[in-house]
Design a protein around this ligand. Sequence first.
Ligand SMILES: [Zn+2]
Length: 227
Amino acid sequence: MTDQVLQKRVRLFIFEHFLEHAAPPVAEQVMNEFSLSRSAATDILRDLEAARHIALVKGTARILMAFPFSAIATPFRVTAHIRSYFANCAWDAIAFHAMLGGIDVRVDSFCHHCAQPIRVELRDGDTTHVDPPESLVYLALRPTEWWGDIITTCSNTMVFFASPEHRDASDLCTLEDQAASLTPDQIHTLSGPIYAGKFTLGYARPTKEELFAHFAAMGLTGQYWTL
Ligand SMILES: [Zn+2]
């Protein structure tokens, strides 16, 4: 097995484990599953982190994130099939619907300003329920900044607000051209090329150029999306 094939198989193993158990595998399970030494398993996990498939707890070989899955409790709970998961951020929560091929998904979250509950339900590629109806997803960093520190970005800057008024009242609210406010439906469309196919061996993240082309095709063409 080449290193590239092994890396793809370990990536898929992590995602399938998360889907089944709502928790990541530990490094020892990767070692056993693929007959690897600790250093070889750790190297692959680091390579998967560098390729932006996962994020590790800093200084460890423990998987914190396999986008959109979170290993720890977050304000973004997702129910799909009969299981419940934690997502890393508001975007990741909605992206479960694209990742799972359009099966019914329910997101239970909170307004980042006032903590009132927010629920979003998706079916067959559309939202079927958004409560409160004005709920929006706020991206408080520009796309070029997302990967500077992805753990901070996911944990603090991609959130739900119950309304534009609550966004504007929040400490997170920043200048209009430095941030984006999207509907849950827009976030679902945005997720397509990034999250669909995560359960296939050959999954590859879209390139930066492909991603910006996707933004443009959605009509997301302001300064925020083109930087
Ligand atoms: Zn609120």
